[in-house]
Design a protein around this ligand. Structure first.
Ligand code: LIP
Length: 293
């Protein structure tokens, strides 16, 4: 984890250089919220990586037999929740494994302790700790995302963003890939845990596949959005995500220049999240609309 800690120090130094001093929420600079998110995400990532190295088993299933939780998910969320309560008492909390706590400050933390749990279970080094802080109710239709951090403990990659302050991979600013025709676009997606929804998603992907460069399904929504932000995918879409899956990645993608939207004029939510360079996102949105008819 030394590389991650070194990277964290470098990121903190870079952050001090780029502090947009006017960005405050409730008296708290966005950069200070990001420092909290980053410090806690890195600690949580160390714990997740340690537990992965010790071996992982399914602790329980949730919405369906393939929607699973491990003891490490719960332990990692408990660590994050405790550290946030110490550092930001009164802020709300909305996590995947341990439920919600209402905010008295107007700020709420959205946490997926281990996004990509199935990758984590199988030892595939593509999972993430995802932490975002939003102003307002923890509802993606109304919240204002302020700061976000997504770390992949297996690779040490750390994606961050603040509202209006840009998006970064480590200390390097990131941007979405340039526009390409949809036929040249590498498009990522993901699938729900519910088998009926999966069947519909499979049929849609079968129709989309001949129209694009290729499809990716790497299994971690927060990283999918960060990969759009860093130009590794041209676009990404998924249905049935929960707020903690996309809160951090959506801000990072938007700050990197992506359009991040839901169905029609809606903001991203459970029905749809779609992200990409604005031109590619518009093409993909139109095409998905036609295929869904
Ligand atoms: C998962 C996502 C995955 C998506 C799944 C699920 P989990 O989160 O990141 O990419 O396709 O539907 O939401 O369950 O691993 O935290």
């Amino acid at each position: 984890m030394d590389a991650i800690v070194d990277a964290d120090v470098a990121v903190a130094r870079a952050a001090r250089r780029r502090v947009p001093q006017h960005q405050y929420a409730g008296g708290v600079p966005h950069e200070s919220l990001l420092t909290t998110a980053r410090t806690i995400a890195l600690r949580a990532g160390e714990l997740a990586r340690l537990r992965r190295s010790e071996g992982v088993e399914v602790a329980a299933s949730k919405s369906s037999p393939v929607d699973i939780v491990t003891a490490a998910d719960r332990e990692t969320e408990a660590l994050i929740r405790g550290l946030l309560a110490d550092e930001r008492p009164g802020d709300g909390f909305f996590g995947e494994e341990s439920g919600a706590e209402r905010s008295t400050t107007g700020l709420t933390w959205l946490v997926d302790p281990i996004d990509g749990t199935v990758n984590f279970l199988y030892g595939i080094p593509h999972y993430a700790v995802s932490i975002a802080v939003v102003e307002g109710e923890p509802d993606p239709q109304t919240w204002t995302a302020l700061a976000a951090c997504v770390v992949n403990p297996a690779t040490g990659e750390l994606f961050t963003a603040t509202a209006g302050g840009g998006a970064f991979l480590g200390t390097a600013p990131i941007r979405v890939a340039d526009a390409v025709p949809l036929s040249q676009a590498l498009v990522a997606t993901g699938f729900a845990y519910d088998s009926t929804t999966r069947g519909e998603q499979g049929r849609l992907v079968a129709e989309l596949l001949p129209l694009v460069r290729d499809i990716r399904r790497l299994g971690t929504a927060s990283l999918d959005l960060c990969f759009v932000a860093s130009g590794r995918y041209n676009a990404y879409f998924e249905r049935t995500l929960s707020p903690w899956d996309h809160a951090a990645g959506a801000l990072i993608a938007r700050e990197a220049g992506a359009t991040v939207k839901g169905a029609g004029d809606a903001r991203p939510d459970r029905e749809l999240i779609l992200a990409g360079h604005p031109d590619v996102a518009a093409d993909l949105d139109r095409t998905l609309g036609q295929l869904a008819r």
